[in-house]
Design a binder for this molecule. Sequence first.
Ligand SMILES: Nc1nc2c([nH]c(=O)n2[C@H]2C[C@H](O)[C@@H](COP(=O)(O)OP(=O)(O)OP(=O)(O)O)O2)c(=O)[nH]1
Length: 160
Amino acid sequence: MSEVSPSFEVQVVGAAVVDSLEAPTRMLVAQRSEPQTVAGMWEFPGGKVEPGESCEQALVRELEEELGVQARLGAEVPGAYPQGWRLSERLAMRVFFAEILSGTPDTLEDHSALRWMPLPKSKDDAQAYDDLLGLPWIPADLPIVVALLQQLQDAGVGEA
Ligand SMILES: Nc1nc2c([nH]c(=O)n2[C@H]2C[C@H](O)[C@@H](COP(=O)(O)OP(=O)(O)OP(=O)(O)O)O2)c(=O)[nH]1
């Protein structure tokens, strides 16, 4: 049976904000404050791409609006589709590593908490894997977290 690629209506972008693209040791995760369906769950800061914007432009804008930081983007965490990772029938999200250039991240919009989570130092760092994967992520995000940890493990870095 051939698989038809779904046509997502809404493009979302999310950032795996790390302390350093070259040598990441921590990742910033955000707890959603609304809407009710996802409130209390953890996610990648980001949002919907607006008309006329590239995904990269949208993500830099969202990081400024939501966290109050200027950021540079690194490598993508590629999903199964050109639009990235499937979030729902209508939504897909492209995810990029990012590094803060200036500003201190704050809960300006959409979030009730931010947390810098240690990234695994090696594939045997069970504590870091457990802490990160054990967060109550928005369910669609969990495979993305697994993939990005694998990507860091394979490459050793989050560089573009
Ligand atoms: N930002 C973000 N959204 C996610 C993630 N996982 C996930 O399922 N979503 C969903 C939640 C929302 O339905 C949608 C993103 O919408 P959003 O509310 O963040 O977008 P936005 O900031 O542009 O806000 P708005 O235009 O809806 O007001 O994608 C994630 O990791 N980060």
